[in-house]
Design a protein around this ligand. Sequence first.
Ligand SMILES: [Zn+2]
Length: 324
Amino acid sequence: MKLNRRTFLATAMASRMAVPFSRLLAADSVPPRKIQYIDIHTHLGAFYHGRELTAELLVRFMDQHQVERACVLPLVSPESAPIPQPVSTALKAYHDFPDRIIPFCVVDPRAVTAPGQRTGHVAGVKGLIEILKRYQDAGCKGLGEHKTGLHFDAPQQMYLYEACDTVGFPILFHLDDIRNPDTPGLPRLENVLKTFPELPLIGHAAGFWASISGDATFEDFGRYPNVPTPVAPGGALDRLMEKYPNLYGDLSEPGGEKAIARDLKFGREFIIRHADQLLFGTDVLMPEQQIPQFTLLDSLKLPEEVQYKIYRGNAIKLLRLDGM
Ligand SMILES: [Zn+2]
């Protein structure tokens, strides 16, 4: 484990506040992994009252689990979190831990005024591009977590996708029955994939991952499957990932975990089949959160080149992390 001075001081401070000393010793004695993780999905703030995850605590969590870098995803849409998690928090964490934190940005596309309407604060795609470029100059590497109450391919969403395509930001999106909703088969997602073939779209959450199975219903988009539940052939994810190389899957949160755990044989083959399009993530958002992905993915005994791709290689390519 590499600790620079700033990381060391911050983690020492955080650990004194929140982590028992015995746990620190245990974490430090874990043998180093050959392939360290890049976590595509984390959040800073108090998603649950009284359970705030600070940048210091996140870095401590990363040290414990051998996560070399983590993407911090803001949440600003009213549907996305009880209390907004602003972009400024992600940028501040990046400023404090530049070699550990990768900041993302978000803009709610409802800020945009459509062409022909009286202009509000953000005029069309051009107005969005200006905002995104400012975030890019500040260090942001992508847009997410994109999690709005609009249909996945609603007109204002399309303006945002076009702006991200222009700026060169991959989008990490949430998709369920009420946030960026789509229907079984994912026709709205396919419309966006087709319209922006160069725009990387990283899918996440219950509706996206329910679509691993050919029998997914709209109700399944709003809940997690029992483990085990066999995957039915003909799932939208296999079809779309095969057809659109710009579609990626984020393995974080119960959606990603249960999609694999519900049918381990199918799940293992799915990961190997789409090894260039899957990304490790935790969705850690509070202290002491249990992350089953660590043991689940290890238990699959994936080929080493597949592990490299999903644990870090795909993220390095997608986010253009120079020098890694
Ligand atoms: Zn999340």
